[in-house]
Write a protein that binds this ligand. Structure first.
Ligand SMILES: [Zn+2]
Length: 366
């Protein structure tokens, strides 16, 4: 146990009003008709998996099991200018025109309900608040508990449950308004952060490092050879993983690729696109709570070495509310000063206890 650190969790109830309902009346457009025909062909009723209960589960667990050093503050809405740093004005105008309506934005499951546009503005603004708190030194590290998530959103397109690219909006704000020069973004969500990669593809001032389950897993991008282009060639690093990869593979990738990359890049701010769908409860990969804790420790060491510990975590995916809330809790404990242990294979600890329990039972013979 090291010294307790100040950690701020940012959370805002306005994000609960994003609640796409697959049974609602949508707009009469071609896309809405297409989505409706796909949904009507499903044998099981389809529910929107990115729902408000995701973030309330995180906050409820934190209320039940508070962590010394962790405080909670409200978020804020991003402005049009802040969003315009990474999205085109025409895209933003189109999204804003859907205020108070229900519609599908993309066939790959991104929809809006009447409260969605404001929820997305608050998600992006709350990511900005998390960055401002670490850059100002008000907190050692921060965690933005936000939705809708962001890393699939491209400059001109909402997709994969994402409306605005929250982590990219936060990184651009750090550079344009807060004086940061080099931002490291680590994306450990199970899915590739195609939107974040797109936005900083040719930008040498942002190092984007992404661990993800390899194509054809959604969204199918993030090949090993995709390293950026132009002046940004080399500042995109993709590590595609096979399905079922877990703690050992994740930690090896961070220690042997991310750590030297960060030493080379020398970031003055570290952001994490923290998705928890790499946990085995979400059935794509095999990361444990101890694995998330250890990854946090490694990234915290990078931030300590290069930028006075300035580290902001931005929530992305994670659809099983138990592993999502417990995963965030494991990360927060490390941010607040707990030293993570090396993860063991699932069940080994319990088997060790069983060995001790049964020891001697069969010594005497029949
Ligand atoms: Zn994901």
């Amino acid at each position: 146990m090291t010294a307790q650190q100040d950690v701020i969790v940012f959370y805002d109830e306005r994000m609960l009003a994003h609640f796409p309902d697959t049974n609602a009346e949508f707009l009469p457009g071609r896309l809405d008709k297409r989505v409706r025909s796909i949904l009507s062909g499903l044998y099981i009723p389809w529910k929107y998996p990115e729902h408000p209960g995701r973030i309330t589960a995180i906050m409820e667990l934190l209320a039940r099991e508070p962590i010394p050093g962790v405080s909670i503050e409200p978020g804020m809405a991003a402005t049009l200018d802040q969003l315009s740093r990474v999205h085109t004005r025409s895209f933003l105008d189109d999204i804003f025109s859907l205020r108070n309506q229900s519609a599908w934005l993309d066939v790959d499951t991104t929809a809006v309900s009447p409260g969605s546009v404001q929820a997305a503005e608050v998600a992006a603004g709350t990511a900005i608040a998390a960055v401002e708190a670490v850059v100002s030194g008000r907190a050692k590290s921060t965690f933005a508990v936000i939705r809708p998530p962001g890393h699939h959103a491209e400059p001109v397109r909402a997709r994969g449950f994402c409306l605005f690219n929250n982590v990219a909006v936060a990184a651009a704000h750090a550079q344009d308004a807060l004086g940061c020069k080099r931002v490291l973004i680590v994306d450990w969500d199970a899915h590739h952060g195609n939107g974040t990669q797109d936005i900083f593809w040719a930008d040498p001032s942002v190092l984007f490092f992404d661990l993800h389950r390899a194509a054809p897993f959604y969204p199918g991008t993030g090949a090993l050879a995709d390293v950026g282009a132009g002046r940004g060639e080399g500042t995109t690093v993709n590590v595609p993983m096979p399905g079922g990869a877990g703690d050992t593979a994740y930690l090896k990738a961070l220690r042997e690729i991310l750590v030297p990359a960060a030493d080379y890049f020398e970031p003055d701010l570290v952001l994490v696109s923290a998705g928890f769908d790499a946990h085995w409860f979400d059935l794509a990969l095999n990361v444990s709570y101890d694995g998330f804790a250890s990854m946090t420790g490694i990234i915290q060491d990078i931030a300590d070495k290069h930028c006075d510990g300035r580290l902001a975590m931005i929530l992305e995916g994670g659809y099983n509310t138990e592993s999502l809330s417990r995963g965030v809790h494991s990360v927060l404990k490390v941010l607040a000063g707990e030293t993570p242990g090396e993860p063991k294979a699932c069940g080994v600890e319990e088997v060790d206890a069983a060995i001790a329990f049964h020891q001697g039972a069969f010594d005497a013979g029949p």
